[in-house]
Ligand binder design. Structure first.
Ligand code: GDG
Length: 730
């Protein structure tokens, strides 16, 4: 099994002397820390200054390990700067007002993703596993699926995923989500990002997703949380190396007695450098004992220097450095030492080693590897402390860091002062706990856990494909299902969208004569028991099945009609009066606002239909109605469900799953061991009955696969074919 790693750029570049060196940045640090025996091919855009000709002259091992994609400069600029950096980067870091969207750039983004997809499709073998990295490549998963690539596809996002309230600003929100949903596994650093993503699918795509995943186009897509890590052992060794120690010593000699608060950040607005300087100034102002003793050493790594905002940020940072130094400097004491450059690794590690604290003030940060590197680089004699913004992914990983809200300048300065005052014993203990954790959870563990889950996710989807009834890909699915049936079959059958097609208005959904005849033939079978389980009221169901000896469960099973006794019974014990009038008033309010929507009152439930209403407006209103009802009915014996173009409030017991469970235990002559159970339906409410079946039960879902279903049928018409096959078989 080969890993195909895909990222924006290949992870190396040519320096001024023409030598090939590893590029820097979080993604490269994380991936190059992964130790695996698996063969790897890395696909990405060729490094700057390496064109197709130059590539032919590259060392052979590079040609074997890397597959470049060549993109012209203008397209690259539009894709990388125009969309990835000017739209996704600010939006995903909660800087919504900084977005600059243009359709031309978006088309370039699509073209580059498409180019990369085609290159992968050319090289991928069926048992390869594809691991796509980051926000430059959101469209790649679905593009690969569309090109017929059958490999497992994982996607990992290295930056935060924002709240759905912010995400939905994005002009191309649907395209982005549909692109990434082509993956089998989507990974994030932190639970909050996974939660925002799941909420976004619910709110923007109207897909039911939870923290573990969702169903999409007959496939299960898993969501997972895999906090990135570093090659801890490598950093530990390098930090203790003679070269690093010697450089740290130089600093100590040059500034004897000085204690350093260290900052290491790309000069990017997300890293909160202005906040950091304000916090440090507050420390000097309000904790004067540190004046003359503690200095901030800020390493600002140049990034996107050609962009206006970044130049402005740089001027602002440098102005503030000047201001603080002007105010608090004394002979021999410079409060802020500022370096606008990147430095070799041993120098960086020496700075980690010889500082008293690391100060991270990110406004938002996917993880922040600098904090992890700082921890593993500390020695035991005089370890430093991590003061960490709670808006970083690392805040969920570094249990012994001192967390700050960097927007609270004064409060953060107090915590920084506390960090500088910690005793040696306490610092050692904090360092020990975090180093212990990071020695057992390194970059390889991160990659392995992601890959393990990706292989599992893919297997699941292969199994699902074989359970797709009436699909050409799985001709054996139906015969296998039928031949496994036991001597008696119980069929729980939904009505709208399953036995009859969905209609514009509910009263139009009458049963065609041919379906009625088919039902009559099925009901004559002695080894089959059919129960119609519907959200409809009893009168409607009775009118449709008039003259047919069929059991009816109306209002999601709250009422049950048995043709043997010709009587309806109620399965309810809670009091509908506690919530019904309130729910009705809210729904009527929405009906006034949304054209062609209407309220359907039932005995134990009340439904708001919007099938014929203006699509976008009514979808939006339906979401709001659901939320209003949910908060209004908390603590009352009612549940709110979003069905197919309907929002319904119903008594807690009015639940198809509850009905099926009750039926299984109370129906006379039912012998579990000798029977097979089938639940067939198209809606989320039908999942409840599928999940309530005894072990081995067959949940057949019409449309998208869902959690309770074991099989799927694409279209409502195929339900009738299925019932005919069942009739012939029994
Ligand atoms: C993105 C996400 C997430 C920096 N300056 C020098 C240098 N570095 C190295 C650091 C560290 C890396 O670059 C920076 O990583 P971060 O994680 O702090 O930040 P981003 O580059 O923004 O990374 C981030 C990450 O992806 C991984 O998923 O954590 O949240 O934004 O490794 O050591 N290395 C050397 N000299 C420098 O001057 N040698």
């Amino acid at each position: 099994m080969r890993w195909i790693i895909v990222s924006n750029r290949l992870p190396f570049r040519k320096n001024e002397d023409g030598e090939l060196t590893r590029s820097s940045g979080g993604l490269v640090t994380a991936l190059s820390g992964v130790k695996t025996d698996a063969e790897q091919l890395w696909v990405g855009i060729a490094p700057e200054s390496i064109d197709e000709n130059a590539w032919q002259g590259m060392p052979l091992d590079y040609q074997k390990r890397y597959q470049p994609v060549f993109v012209d400069d203008t397209t690259y600029d539009a894709y990388y700067n125009g969309i990835a950096n000017d739209v996704f980067w600010p939006l995903f870091h909660y800087e919504g007002s900084m977005i600059k969207f243009s359709l031309d750039n978006w088309q370039a983004y699509q073209r580059v993703n498409d180019e990369i997809a085609k290159t992968i499709a050319e090289h991928a073998k069926p048992d390869d596993v594809i691991w796509i990295h980051d926000f430059h490549l959101f469209l790649l998963p679905q593009m690969l699926k569309d090109l017929g690539v059958t490999c497992r596809i994982g996607f990992f996002l290295h930056i935060p995923f924002p709240s759905s309230e912010l995400f939905r600003q994005l002009p191309i929100r649907h395209e982005l989500l549909q692109g990434v949903m082509g993956a089998d596994l989507i990974g994030f650093h932190d639970y909050s990002y996974a939660r925002h993503f799941a909420n976004t699918l619910n709110n923007v795509m109207n897909i039911h997703a939870d923290l573990r995943g969702f169903w999409w186009q007959q496939r299960r897509v898993e969501i997972g949380v895999y906090p990135v890590s570093i090659d801890s052992e490598h950093f530990r060794q390098e930090a203790a190396s003679a070269e690093t120690q010697a450089y740290a010593q130089q600093w100590r000699i040059a500034q004897p007695g000085r204690r350093w608060v260290l900052g290491v950040d790309r000069l990017d607005y997300t890293k909160g450098l202005v906040l950091k300087l304000q916090i440090f100034a507050d420390l000097l102002e309000n904790h004067p004992q540190y004046r003359g003793e503690v200095s901030l050493l800020q390493l600002a790594i140049p990034t996107r220097q050609e962009v206006d905002e970044y130049q402005k940020l740089r001027s602002e940072v440098e102005r503030m450095v000047g201001e603080i130094n002007g105010k608090y400097s004394t002979p021999g004491y410079t409060p802020v030492q500022y370096m606008y450059t990147s430095i070799p690794l041993y120098e960086l590690l020496a700075l980690y080693r010889q500082s008293a604290a690391l100060l991270v003030t990110s406004r938002r940060d996917g993880m922040n590897l600098v904090a992890l590197e700082y921890v593993v680089s500390q020695g035991d004699e005089d370890p430093g402390v991590v003061v960490l913004s709670e808006f970083t992914g690392a805040a969920s990983m570094l249990s012994e860091a001192l967390l700050i809200n960097p927007w609270d300048i004064h409060g953060s300065a107090d915590i920084l002062a506390e960090a500088l005052g910690l005793s040696l014993g306490e610092r050692q203990e904090r360092k020990r706990i975090m180093q212990d954790f990071l020695s057992h959870y390194n970059a390889s563990d991160w990659a392995e856990s992601f890959m393990r889950e990706l292989l599992r996710a893919g297997q699941h989807n292969e199994a699902t494909a074989s359970q797709h009834l009436f699909s050409k890909a799985a001709p054996q699915a139906l015969p296998n299902l039928l031949s496994a049936l036991k001597s008696h079959v119980y069929l729980f059958l939904d009505y709208d969208g399953t036995l009859v097609p969905i209609q514009g208005r509910p009263e139009q959904a009458v049963m065609p004569a041919s379906t009625r005849a088919l039902m009559a033939r099925l009901l004559a079978k002695e080894n089959l028991t059919v129960v119609i389980v519907s959200g409809r009221d009893g009168d409607f169901l009775q009118s449709q099945f008039e003259g047919l000896p069929v059991m009816l469960a109306a209002e999601h099973g709250a009422k049950f009609y048995d043709p043997a006794t010709q009587a309806w019974t109620s399965l309810l014990w809670s009091d509908v009066n506690t919530w019904y009038a309130g729910a009705k008033a809210v729904m009527e309010n929405y009906t006034r606002r949304v054209p062609r929507s209407h309220v359907e009152p039932k005995e134990y439930a009340i439904a708001w239909h919007y099938r014929q209403s203006p699509r976008t407006f009514s979808n939006y209103q339906a979401h709001k109605l659901k939320e209003d009802l949910e908060s209004g009915l908390t603590h009352l014996p009612a549940t709110v469900i979003a069905g197919n173009k309907v929002i319904e409030a119903r008594a807690v017991e009015a639940n198809k799953g509850y009905f099926v469970r009750n039926f299984l235990t109370t129906h006379p002559n039912l012998v579990l061991e000798d029977s097979s159970f089938i639940a067939l339906g198209d809606d989320t409410t039908d999942d409840d009955m599928m999940r309530a079946l005894p072990e081995g039960g067959l949940g057949i879902k019409v449309g998208e696969k869902s959690a309770g279903a074991s099989h799927t049928i694409d279209r409502q018409q195929d339900v009738l074919s299925f019932l005919q096959e069942l009739e012939e078989y029994l």
